[in-house]
Design a protein around this ligand. Structure first.
Ligand SMILES: Cc1cc2nc3c(=O)[nH]c(=O)nc-3n(C[C@H](O)[C@H](O)[C@H](O)COP(=O)(O)OP(=O)(O)OC[C@H]3O[C@@H](n4cnc5c(N)ncnc54)[C@H](O)[C@@H]3O)c2cc1C
Length: 497
């Protein structure tokens, strides 16, 4: 009987674990993918063209490379294998460059959020090419770059690094690992890259390290290593952003609305940009990105945050007026307002996705535009609507056309609300920006396209991306339960002594 109930217990725990790991179907769709209904064709930024060019040019570096098949002892064309290896080293270089958060690179790649996107793609390309390289490489004959023993040692080390690379990439793509842990595991990509460089440098290639191609790759590898060191040492350990103090706090049912006042030189930002915030103590020193909800003209910064996460939940409980905050930014190159003032503008915001538009509102209040931007704002309850007083005032003075939709009051935002506000071609050439939950944006994008919108800018509040459910909360529950049990056991032991 006892055995049966134990088996049932194990079965139910296994079912619960599996359910958490699998999540829902939506958890397995990468954020942002298909949100805009169909992909928006964009001219790739100059940075992407340079990156692709710098990788592809290597095809010519490996002309004439031959290898020796271990089994048949026949020679074969080793160019594809070596080229695949070079792609992985170059893609990892770009991935490290793109993680530096250098402002100057934002111009080349179209903003930090896009840089993170390309950072992920180049990481994926590196993994795919490492896999291809190891599948097709054999004993490659060419000009040895270094002594055989060093080359052999570097090759063996690269084999271990390859395994690490796969594990780290799986941990990145599958969101089971809580962000705060994943962030640290991700830093291990740097030693993996350094080992790959050592292998590339010492391996047999059809050119010497002192030749033109050798110098090309050596320079690229040095740049990649410097970029990685810049990020890990300068950015993460030494560089601090600008110092601010918390000057006002307003708590909503599921959000926190705060203002920060600079204690020295303020950061500079444009509307739609975001910044990383770090609080001095209280276990809140991990940097988190938030869109700046105040306008560029104000030196005070405003942030509105959803507070149902791990860090944000702790923040809302612990934050107090006068707390010191380090702010790094502004980053990103998305613009809620188009350059041309006479373009029609459509904004769609869901919940806390209102922040980029609140920032643009500050700009509009000083320089109103005709036609006034239409803002469709969807919230589940009225007390979740952030900045309602300003939005209302702007609507009444004709600065924006506000369409507030509160699901709990029976006015849920649907595609029909868009199609009935605009005619079939009325949004052609319009500047359309959306920020909020992907389900809502998918429906709204489809409706906007139906009214002629061709380009839809989606603001994503997600840096990590990836698939699978985020298990932060479940992991925290387990940690708390274990901690409580340990505490209880300790107090029992001490009371019996
Ligand atoms: C460009 C950008 C702008 C954003 N603007 C806003 C905003 O204006 N208002 C708002 O409420 N939210 C905003 N976010 C989202 C906000 O950064 C996350 O909700 C917050 O960091 C979650 O932290 P948490 O530990 O409380 O939540 P958790 O529940 O622990 O994490 C939820 C998810 O948030 C992400 N996340 C967690 N920690 C970090 C971190 N240190 N850095 C980056 N991402 C992390 C991960 O994808 C994680 O899966 C923005 C995100 C980005 C990328």
């Amino acid at each position: 009987m006892a055995d049966q109930s134990r088996a049932q217990q194990i079965l139910s725990v296994t079912q619960r674990v599996l359910k958490s790991l699998l999540g829902t179907r939506r958890d397995w769709v990468p954020n942002g993918l298909f949100v805009a209904g169909r992909p928006t064709v964009r001219v790739p930024s100059i940075g992407v063209v340079i990156a692709i060019g710098s990788i592809m040019v290597g095809w010519w570096a490996f002309a004439g490379a031959t290898g020796l098949d271990d089994d048949s002892r026949q020679t074969f064309d080793a160019r594809p294998a070596l080229f695949a290896g070079s792609i992985s080293v170059m893609a990892m270089m770009w991935s490290h460059i793109l993680s530096t958060r250098l402002r100057s690179l934002e111009v080349l790649f179209g903003g930090l959020d896009r840089m993170y996107r390309w950072h992920r793609w180049s990481g994926a390309l590196a993994v795919a090419s490492v896999f291809l390289h190891t599948q097709i490489v054999d004993d490659v004959k060419g000009i040895p770059g270094a002594s055989r023993s060093i080359a052999k040692a570097a090759e063996e080390l690269a084999g271990t690094a390859e395994t690490f690379l796969y594990i780290l990439v799986i941990a990145s793509v599958i969101r089971w690992v809580p962000y705060r842990w994943w962030r640290h595991t991700h830093k291990l990509m740097f030693p993996v890259y350094v080992i790959s460089c050592a292998h590339f440098y010492t391996a047999s290639k059809p050119f010497g390290n002192g030749d033109i191609w050798g110098r090309y790759y050596s320079t690229a590898m040095i740049v990649g290593i410097l970029a990685g060191a810049h990020r890990l040492i300068w950015r993460d350990m030494i560089k601090r952003g600008r110092s601010y103090r918390v000057s006002s706090i307003s708590r909503g049912s599921r959000y926190l609305d705060i203002a920060l006042t600079p204690t020295g030189t303020p950061i500079r930002h444009t509307s739609g940009q975001f910044a990383f915030l770090k609080f001095a103590d209280k276990g809140l020193t991990e940097p988190h990105p938030f869109t700046i909800a105040s306008g560029p003209s104000s030196s005070d910064l405003r942030f509105a945050m959803r507070t149902d996460g791990d860090w944000t939940g702790r923040l809302t409980q612990q934050i107090a007026i006068g707390d010191t905050v380090t702010v790094e930014g502004g980053f990103g190159r998305s613009h809620p307002l188009p350059r041309r003032a006479d373009h029609p503008v459509l904004w769609v915001a869901g919940g806390v996705g209102i922040t980029p538009f609140l920032s643009a509102l500050d700009e509009l209040n000083t320089q109103p535009r005709t036609p006034a931007p239409h803002l469709f704002y969807a919230v589940s309850s009225i007390d979740e609507a952030i900045g309602l007083t300003e939005l209302d005032a702007a609507h009444r003075s004709g600065v924006i056309e506000l369409h507030l939709h509160v699901s709990q009051d029976g006015s849920r935002l649907t595609a029909d609300d868009i199609t009935s506000a605009f005619g079939p071609r009325e949004l052609s050439g319009a500047h359309v920006v959306m920020c909020g939950p992907s389900g809502l944006l998918r429906a709204m994008s489809r409706a906007a396209r139906g009214c002629g919108a061709s380009t839809i800018h989606i603001e994503e509040f997600d840096i990590r991306s990836g698939i699978a459910p985020d298990l932060t909360r479940e992991v925290d529950d387990i940690i708390n339960e274990v901690a409580t049990q340990v505490k209880e056991r300790r107090s029992r032991v001490s009371s019996t002594q």
